[in-house]
Ligand binder design. Sequence first.
Ligand code: ADP
Ligand code: MG
Length: 588
Amino acid sequence: MRLSVERALLAVSVLGLALAPLVAPPFSITLLNYIGISALVALGLVLITGVGGLTSFGQAALVGVGAYTSAWATTAGGLSPWLGLALALAATGTTAWLLGAATLRLQGHFLPLSTIAWGIGIYFLFANIPGLGQHDGLRNVPAISVFGYSLASNGAIFYLIWIIVGVALRLTSNLLSSRQGRAIRGLRGGATMLASLGVNLYRIRLVIFVIAALLAATAGWLYVHMNRYVSPSPFEIRPSIEFLLMAMVGGASSIFGAVIGAATVVLLKDRLQDVLPYVSKNAAQLEIVVFSVLLIVLLQHARGGVVSLFRRWVPATPAMPRSAAEGLSRRTLPPAGTPLLEVAGVLRRFGGLVAVNDVSFAMATGEILGLIGPNGAGKSTMFNLITGALPSNAGRIVFLGTDVTRLRQDRIAALGVARTFQHVKLRPAMTLLDNVLLGTYVRTRAGFLAGALHLDRDEEARATSEAMRQLDRVGLAAQALHLAGTLPLGNQRVLEVARALAADPVLIVLDEPAAGLRLPEKEALAKLLRSLRADGISILLVEHDMEFVMGLVDRLVVMDFGTKLAEGAPAAVRANARVQEAYLGGVA
Ligand code: ADP
Ligand code: MG
């Protein structure tokens, strides 16, 4: 077993927690209980906000749905708290699902704004439904019992809380290192790249939103059966902001940061409650001010939170994941010469500008087709239309017999189209290996549950070996565990090619792959592309370097001002007078 500072710290923490109820005063145990319960909510926020980039200002309301459901079921309904938990999870999960379905397609600031709206809305429901006791809330909530042993005391429920925190941390950590976890970690930094790898972003967002809600529900359940009483006030907007603060303090993208953040905020609140009454009569208001200032300072100066400060002293040492001898199974490619892509009369406008104007061309499998033309000719736009990154305004695009004109980007990727981008789209804070593993998403199956429960280890090992093979193929295997952001731009382009290859594509679409490469690197890339063609992979390529294109492609399509100017073998296109005039400036 690998010995590390992290493991040692973890062991000490677990031991400390196990002994706490035996040695610590009851008040400390109560605080620790609040820390554990808050950490569950903060963990959900780390997942959706810190890692996934979806800010929720309504998380306390979801805690409330869990708390009220179980309180109501166990008081009015007389059910056991364990059935209450099941109902709390179901009710909160369903609520989050519906809220998510209604709001997660919102762009920019509208999504966080909508969370404020439903957060406040749910709070007012609690305060106004007579069956839930309105502002008085519900009393006489029973304690949880385990095998007939009552957890009525704070010292007893302490163990249940921290066991649940431990399990939640473990499952979340497993999930984040899995296939779906890589997609979650990729959510921040633009949607197009992930969708081009076959990821259904909306679904991923919805699932992590529901997972965070389930963590909130569990926290609400523990809270209500610990206090034996529930009222609306802990579920308004202010505690929601405190939960966000917890996620920020610990380190927005670190799951252990959730516990550190929860501890910091709960203890700070406790101190402030002692101190602030001496400073002002309006202690509660002053507390909000202190927290707001803290939040702003954190956002300005320490986005990484406590965990990133810790990382400065103890850098993470990623271990090479287990890799299987055999990679992922490959698709059977259609025989060479099969009609592959048909672009017919395609048109795309940007306002008054027609970027692609009634363009038609076709390509067959086993071919390298070059798309050339001056800057602004519409080449990248054409690629975006083919891959589904942009919808076309008219025309038809058929890929391997399927009409893909109106198909979503991730569905087109699943049919076997992989691409790179003119402006490189990588996840700089992820390793080269993880970036290439993202490419295997479309070929692998593991779901969220399999990832969280580590049932995906075989597939992960095979995907890793596949990704390593592609990294090796482009000459970057030695840097597999480096962060992608540390690579020079030329190598980042090559890394994108490896990621595209990891998808086992039928057609690979490359937008200026040789830009920024030095001559020997260009030669290596040309050699790689020829070897791909020999393997039966078809290539569609935009490139500016004429030497590079002429020696490589089977055919060329020339575009200028959005229209197709010429099409044919490289030599014929080079000799075409119109092409010389428009593109080569008459000096071919
Ligand atoms: P190329 O890749 O051949 O250099 P592009 O396809 O990037 O050309 O651009 C074609 C034209 O469309 C250019 O005039 C460009 O400014 C315009 N264009 C491209 N994308 C957009 C966009 N998202 N919004 C507005 N105009 C765009
Ligand atoms: Mg371009």
